[in-house]
Ligand binder design. Structure first.
Ligand code: WTA
Length: 633
């Protein structure tokens, strides 16, 4: 957590560049305030207008928001649409079929260009293949794929036929994949033989096989495999199918399945403070509206832009700002398979120059690690690359420290590109609090002001507003179209986690602490107020890691805390009481390594504790997240 003093101490102000402001979707603070006032004066009218202007509907909606079953809100409920139609067909029908949708750069630097026409045909072929395999509206499909055009195609193909996708990040273990396959009751799984990252081939299909062998997912009738490397894999002829063979056999047109606006577009699992990860369920209409609208507002998207979001499609950022947002507006985007440090730590800067990227969106962890790399090796310094194509920079997933902000602003943006510090969550579907590039004066480390229509506030434990300058709990006071609809299969948990009685049952509890500046009213996020860690911008529940450790035969009890880290924001520290004698020296190292590997296998490498303390006898204070180390000998 940041200290309030350090937050309120930051007074550097960076006004929007005049040239950018002149031509921006929201130009100047007055334009921003006009939209805010429009939403306040007529909330339903405001959202209804945006939904009609931004999306193409098959059947119009007659009602905007239904609050009768709060907090199970519905939006545009009797309207009908299809997400893939909005992302593909409508651009082709408007004569933009030849526009580049995706500039794909592989791990080894090979580039493939996919136009809207190509993408539509690939999605249609795959959607037809799904249909032929019996996948239909309302079914769930799990996707366990690397960063690839195929990943976007699989997601869009699900949307086209009304199947609900659930992506599992390619770094998750067989156990995590299995939990999600069972959790959503998947009928099909899309995976790849292997994935390429940093010059190495890593398995996917064999992990998928392992997950399926754990049992309980007999509903999975088809395992569709994208051939990425041609590496050797096991083949189960009853179930396994090559993606390219399936697609080749199918027609390149496919009538979209028109669905109601509330139809679940996807379920994405994310860590909470208690229990197992939650399946966050998003709608079709509300989610897509906000993904597209924030492309226009936050990123000031223009047809001439080359947009690049470096997130993985396995996380919400990849859903909103790779698969849906950029395509819904008809944009050209870069899609990157690899990692920022391969073959060298100048890869991002090289790719910005090569593809003439204009809007670049990444995570503070990546920036901090590249600052360090450039300090060590002059050859990978951004000053060696022509970054003049850039006009807007974004940051997401974790707090950006003012030093990192200044480096990003100066060395990547050449002191001419606004930095959009976008605060949002898996549950919010899209940006909530963020500067607007042509309107908001920037303050390093602050996500500034809520987007128009988003009623964010800072309150105390009883739900009362706290004065500016005083820290509190970040809440959203009114429902918004892109909010999660429920937790898949667990509506009670949805209600108790996000609309707790303590706050009056009506405020959306984000789980972050925040403070507002007394002069500007700007929000600064102070960090999570619950037991969720943020490691390299990835959410991890302490309880999840504790349960994984406790499941190991050597472990009697375990407690996990986060420790601030210069590069990754936070790092995982585990305190463990072993069943046997307390190990010393080499033996302790061996056990720590075994437990680290265990957590990798149980959850995934991202959850691995950095350090272990095996000498602990009392975990009470650690659990209370206030460990003073008093019991550690
Ligand atoms: C954190 C990622 C500070 C926050 C889109 C939130 C941030 C959690 C920011 C959601 C930001 C996200 N400044 N903290 N700009 N953006 N966070 O669900 O703690 O993976 O609650 O969504 O990341 O993480 P999630």
């Amino acid at each position: 957590m940041k200290s309030i003093e350090s937050v309120l101490h930051e007074h550097r102000l960076f006004p929007p560049p005049a040239e950018l402001a002149a031509d921006a979707a929201i130009s100047g603070m007055d334009a921003y305030k006009t939209l805010v006032a429009e939403a306040e004066a007529d909330y339903n009218g405001f959202w209804g207008r945006l939904a009609r202007e931004t999306l193409t509907w098959k059947a119009p909606f007659s009602k905007v928001l239904d609050e009768s079953n709060a907090p199970f809100y519905t939006w545009f409920e009797d309207g009908e649409l299809n997400a893939s139609y909005n992302c593909l067909d409508r651009h082709v029908e408007a004569g933009n079929g030849d526009r580049v949708a995706i500039l794909f750069e592989a791990d080894d630097g090979t580039v493939a260009t996919v136009t809207y026409q190509d993408l539509l045909q690939r999605v249609c072929r795959f959607a037809n293949a799904f249909r032929r395999r019996g996948v239909k509206k309302g079914d769930r499909v799990v996707i366990y794929l690397p960063m690839s055009v195929e990943g976007v195609v699989a997601m869009q193909a699900c949307a086209r036929i009304g199947a609900t996708h659930s992506i599992v990040f390619g770094g998750f273990s067989a156990k995590s994949l299995h939990e999600r396959l069972v959790g959503v009751g998947a009928v099909a799984l899309v995976t790849a033989d292997e994935q390429m990252r940093g010059g190495k081939a890593l398995p996917l299909k064999s992990i998928a096989d392992e997950a399926l062998a754990l049992g309980g997912c007999e509903a999975v009738k088809s395992v569709i495999v994208y051939q990425r490397t041609g590496g050797k894999i096991q083949w189960n002829a009853d179930r396994d199918l090559w993606m390219h063979e399936l697609a080749q056999a199918e027609a390149s047109t496919c009538e979209p399945e028109w669905v109601g606006a509330e139809h679940p577009l996807f379920i994405l699992y994310t860590s909470g403070s208690t229990g197992k990860p939650k399946g966050v369920q998003h709608s079709t209409g509300g989610f897509l509206l906000w993904a597209a609208q924030t492309m226009k507002w936050t990123f000031d998207w223009k047809p001439t832009d080359v947009f690049w979001c470096t997130a993985d499609i396995g996380w919400i950022t990849g859903h909103s700002y790779i698969t849906y947002g950029p395509l819904a507006v008809g944009g050209t985007q870069v899609l990157f398979e690899g990692v920022p440090t391969y073959p060298h730590a100048g890869r991002f800067w090289d790719m910005i120059a090569k593809h003439q990227v204009t809007v670049f969106y990444t995570a503070p962890t990546a920036i901090r690690s590249l600052i360090k790399a450039a300090a060590v090796d002059e050859k990978v310094s951004p000053s060696n690359y022509d970054l003049s194509s850039l006009r807007i920079l974004g940051s997401v997933g974790e707090p950006i420290n003012p030093e990192g902000w200044m480096w990003y602003y100066t060395n990547i943006g050449g002191a001419r590109c606004p930095i959009l510090d976008t605060w949002w969550q898996t549950e919010t579907g899209g940006h909530m609090i963020s500067p607007l590039p042509g309107a908001t004066p920037l303050v390093p480390g602050s996500c500034t002001l809520p987007l128009p229509g988003i009623m964010a506030a800072v309150v105390d434990e009883t739900g009362q507003d706290v004065p500016a300058g005083q820290g509190g709990i970040l809440v959203i006071k009114r429902p918004w179209p892109a909010m999660l609809r429920t937790i898949w299969g667990d509506p009670e948990r949805y209600q108790s986690s996000y609309f707790p009685e303590e706050l009056g049952g009506k405020l959306y509890l984000a789980g972050d602490g925040a403070v507002r500046d007394p002069v500007t009213g700007y929000f600064t996020i102070m960090g999570r107020i619950d037991d969720v860690l943020n490691v390299s911008g990835h959410r991890l529940g302490t309880m999840e890691i504790e349960s994984a450790l406790a499941a190991n035969a050597l472990v009697a009890e375990a407690a996990v805390v986060g420790r601030p880290d210069e590069i990754t924001g936070e790092t995982v520290i585990a305190f463990v009481v072993l069943k046997g004698a307390r190990p010393e020296g080499e033996e302790a190292v061996k056990i720590a390594n075994a437990l680290r590997a265990w957590v990798s296998k149980e959850i995934g490498p991202i959850a691995k504790p950095r350090t272990f303390d095996l000498a602990t006898t009392c975990l009470r204070r650690v659990r209370a997240r206030s460990c003073a180390g008093c019991c550690v000998r």
